[in-house]
Write a protein that binds this ligand. Sequence first.
Ligand code: SF4
Length: 366
Amino acid sequence: MTETVTEAQTPAHFAARLLAWHDTHGRHDLPWQQHIDPYRVWVSEIMLQQTQVSTVIPYFRRFTARFPDVRALADAPEDEVLHHWTGLGYYARARNLHKSAQLVRDAHGGELPRRLEELAALPGIGRSTAGAILAIACNERAPILDGNVKRVLTRVFAIDGDTTKAATQKQLWAIADALTPAERSGAYTQAIMDLGATLCTRTRPACALCPFAADCRARAEGNPARFPAKKKTKPVPERRCQLLVIRNPDGAVLLEKRPGTGIWGGLWSFPEIPEREDAALACDRLVGAPPAGLRRGKPFRHTFSHFHLDATPMFLAVGAVRAQVMEDQRLIWYKPGDKPLGFAAPVKRLLDALANEGIELEMNQQ
Ligand code: SF4
């Protein structure tokens, strides 16, 4: 904090204004704000990374109903955990949540550790998430610096360094630390996240309603959306593939479990082959039988954070197939409703279309 800080930007005033605003105008009825405990705060914080509150709410409700505590989550099969994450995206979050729950069960007696360093060392929990858990669930003084908080602080204090750079992060952590009060630390943490999510939004902040309107430097400069400084965007690469939707005479489709890392890691998907590979030969290789018919589906685009995937579904019907397919742990014949599995959103859509719309698989001969 520099000598140009206004009175309202000093820690005591900052916290007092923020808390007064939140007491009156903040959200207090979100599902993770009820029956607060470290586990529920942890799950909500992980779900809220890169995902909006309105999307998270039903997922949080279903997830915590099925896995009400650390042990229930740790003891569950990974497929079932990923099933409850289907459609939420960024599946590494679910895999890390599951892995961390097992570590907490095995090394911490099923209780999330209360030391910031131990908490932050668990897979998927960094310093900011650990701080949020301790502040909200235990009312301990622990600063946080998630995307919402970065946006508020860079604007109030007009910090225009690149927030992905270590020097800017150090500066922001120092400010976050200085501003976090010793009293009502949990309420303060929820308040600053709420301000960032509801008023100090990315593109059109509602400055007129903000408790810092009179002192915010970004507002005074006239262009708050300039903060935080934008990274130079590179063109997003494109990748193409085919997804093999192979159906057997029983009406089951072949699914393949993807490796634990990489896109859709640990989820079940239709076997993916390169754009130019022969789909019929790939079918023969996978199930020991050439397709009786093949039809090219409508290509679709799925955008990841770092590339676009253009996928073409290839619908194939096979007759009698090699028995070994069932012995390969990574390949299964699946009918909707068989058992809870994790699917990427486009795979789920295709499965639903097969089940509900009866996609015609009595295809032309290739
Ligand atoms: S005045 Fe506007 S830009 Fe500044 S913190 Fe408030 S909402 Fe954000």
